[in-house]
Design a protein around this ligand. Structure first.
Ligand SMILES: Nc1ncnc2c1ncn2[C@@H]1O[C@H](COP(=O)(O)OP(=O)(O)OP(=O)(O)O)[C@@H](O)[C@H]1O
Ligand SMILES: [Mg+2]
Length: 311
């Protein structure tokens, strides 16, 4: 009898709580209200719409799921995306924002930085450090679940990103703000030589692309990022202190992947099944290395421009 009463109480409680939460969320613009992670949709989007990136699909869906399941994470989720131009790095970062927040990428809690726009002058690093720290701290105080996306890290002045070190580690709760619930995404082409080399060697050895594992790449990317002078993580304490949860390698795309990009974009234009354009665009891309010509030098980046030419 007491079990029955307990169940009844819990059901009633959750219903009443749900009603109050709805009223609260309709009156406030709290970030917890807008935070509506949909892991199934994220996985579906990753596995269906990102071509040729088995490592990205596995790492991103696993890390995000693990992080969100933990109601009190010990440290924020810090992912660093690497790979050549046009392989899907910015696209995947948008998918994350889209499936975490009700307002998707327009959510006021998803923040995107592009260094050439926000930190254009290397001489002003000192000022930028103060601004960036204040900005991140302010946003985390407002919303512990904030997402920060730093794109094109190869153009970020070195010495700037280290100001975020206290936020990226297992820091304590400061002034009631839990810094450990945030998500940080860093994006750069740094490490592309190492990633592409592994992909070419695997192809030359006749192995399946899916046989490439994260172990083949994780260490070498970290090393390149730390030692490469032209990128925001050059000799950074963020790398030295191992504050990146996972390096996410984007493999170079082969012609069949480029053609899938063409097909998908043609469908969006209402021209599904136009095989001539698919062939023409696929054949018009440049491929490396010579000899071999396995991978598109611009990934899927030039696809929409070329479709306009051939359609
Ligand atoms: N792996 C992929 N699967 C499906 N579409 C892709 C993929 N990679 C790129 N695309 C398509 O190409 C466009 C450009 O990709 P994206 O902007 O994500 O490249 P990027 O890796 O960020 O390149 P860059 O380093 O030049 O910024 C995307 O909008 C998408 O349409
Ligand atoms: Mg990009």
């Amino acid at each position: 009898m007491s079990i029955l009463r307990g169940v009844l109480f819990l059901t009633l409680y959750s219903q009443v709580f749900g009603v109050f939460q709805k009223i609260y969320c309709s009156l406030s613009d709290s970030c917890e209200c807008d935070f509506k992670p949909n892991l199934r949709d994220l996985e579906w989007d990753l596995y269906r719409n990102v071509y040729g990136q088995h490592l990205v699909q596995d790492i991103v869906s696993e890390e995000v799921a693990k992080f969100l399941q933990d109601k009190n994470p010990e440290r924020p989720l810090v992912l660093s995306f690497h790979g050549s131009s046009g392989t899907g790095k910015t696209m995947v970062s948008s998918m994350l924002g889209t499936h975490l927040y009700g307002w998707a990428m327009s959510s006021p809690y998803v923040h995107q930085f592009v260094p050439t726009l926000h930190f254009p002058s290397r001489q002003l690093v000192h000022e930028y450090r103060e601004e960036l720290k204040g900005w991140v701290q302010g946003n985390l105080t407002e919303c512990a679940r904030s997402v920060f996306i730093f794109d094109e890290m190869e153009t970020m002045p070195s010495g700037l990103i280290d100001v975020l070190e206290p936020f990226l580690g297992p820091a304590h709760v400061v002034f009631g703000t839990n810094y450990r619930k945030a998500i940080y995404i860093f994006i750069s082409t740094t490490g592309e030589e190492a990633i592409n080399k592994v992909a070419v060697e695997s192809r030359q050895a006749g192995r399946d692309r899916e046989e490439i594992t994260l172990d083949d790449l994780q260490e070498v990317i970290a090393e390149m990022v730390y030692n490469h002078r032209n990128n925001g993580f050059f000799q950074s304490s963020v790398i030295r202190k191992k504050l990146i949860t996972s390096y996410v390698p984007f493999l170079p795309l082969a012609r069949r992947h480029v053609e899938r990009c063409v097909r998908s974009q043609l469908c969006q234009l209402g021209s599904c099944g136009n095989a001539d354009v698919v062939q023409a665009v696929g054949g018009d891309m440049s491929y490396t290395p010579v000899p071999g010509e396995y991978f598109s030098t611009t990934g899927c980046k030039a696809v929409s421009a070329k479709i306009n030419v051939f359609l």
